[in-house]
Design a protein around this ligand. Structure first.
Ligand code: SAM
Length: 292
């Protein structure tokens, strides 16, 4: 079947013949640059024995490239209307399974279990922008041993994911992500490479998950609570932010915790990298446990 899914005329014709329109509420911005699609598919994981979980296959543009390169592709698409179109565009591929489900509701463990037995599983997706962070958090928190997670997201969010501690893009999501893996920017994609064109440019980020986590906080939950508190009050010092986030602890005790971790009392939360957050949250746990 020779069908160019990156050709805007073909895209519009296919949509029309399946009586579909682009659904904004599902973040439908379809890629129309073949070299970008190939680039993402080429670089999303370490080798052809991977199974790829794709979120939001749309018309199957990226799915085709993934199917040609990797062992299996499992694609979750929320829009029921696209399913017949996907059967048409992906019909020739025996190694693709399309599931009509919302990724946020899907039981990823159950869906991926059979594939995890036979090799690595990675994620590759041009994500719907309205829900980028919740999807990433679901993937990271799932505990599923993904090898890589490669996503196309808004350029601004990509900058945040890959930021260094202390930079203005560094935020809670950067620190949390660093707990799970290492994020690396791959390339930028301008808005005019999509139909319909989104308002902002995009970028592709590849996250390599730690096979063994290098950080071992005494409480993961408290680590995330500490990070959230530290960034909750952005222009405040870490001390003031933590004291707002942990009202049960005295300011003096929190000040001690901060200085005993080797920080200046005026330090701001955005200066701390993940290792430093882990050390700090362990101190806070001691304080909480000592508080009646
Ligand atoms: N992969 C296609 C491409 O690159 O051209 C489409 C990408 S488009 C940015 C996002 C896709 O995700 C759409 O097909 C949309 O219907 C789908 N989607 C949106 N929300 C979803 C969800 N919660 N679960 C699964 N798919 C979703």
């Amino acid at each position: 079947m020779s069908m160019n899914l990156c050709d805007i005329k073909t895209v519009r014709q296919l949509m029309a013949s399946f009586h579909l329109s682009f659904r904004k509420e599902f973040g439908q911005n379809f890629l129309t640059d073949h070299s970008v699609v190939e680039g993402i598919a080429d670089e999303c994981c370490s080798g052809q024995d991977n199974t790829i979980l794709e979120i939001g296959p749309g018309m199957g543009t990226l799915t085709v490239e993934l199917a040609q390169r990797y062992r299996n592709v499992v694609a979750l698409e929320i829009d029921k209307g696209l399913i017949p179109l996907l059967s048409f565009t992906l019909g020739e591929f025996r190694n693709v399974k399309v599931i009509n489900e919302d990724v946020m509701q899907a039981d990823l463990d159950a869906i991926l279990a059979p594939y995890l037995e036979s090799g690595p599983v990675s994620v590759c997706a041009n994500l719907p922008y309205y829900i980028t962070t919740p999807i990433l958090m679901k993937l990271l928190e799932s505990g599923i041993p993904f090898e890589h997670i490669t996503v196309m997201i808004q350029a601004e969010v990509a900058d945040r994911l890959c930021a260094k501690a202390g930079s203005k893009e560094y935020g809670a999501i950067t620190a949390v992500l660093a707990y799970y893996g290492v994020a690396e920017p791959l390339f930028r994609v301008s808005a005019d490479r999509f139909v319909p064109a989104p308002k902002v440019d995009s970028a592709v980020v590849r996250i390599r998950l730690h096979t063994e986590k290098p950080y071992r906080p005494m409480s993961e939950e408290l680590l995330f609570r500490t990070i959230k508190a530290a960034f909750g009050q952005r222009r405040k010092t870490l001390l003031n932010a933590l004291s707002a986030g942990f009202p049960a602890l005295s300011k003096e005790a929190l000040a001690d915790a901060i200085t005993s971790c080797g920080h200046d009392l005026n330090v701001r939360g955005e200066r701390l990298d993940i290792a430093q957050f882990v050390a700090l949250s362990d101190r806070i746990l001691d304080l909480l446990e000592a508080t009646p």
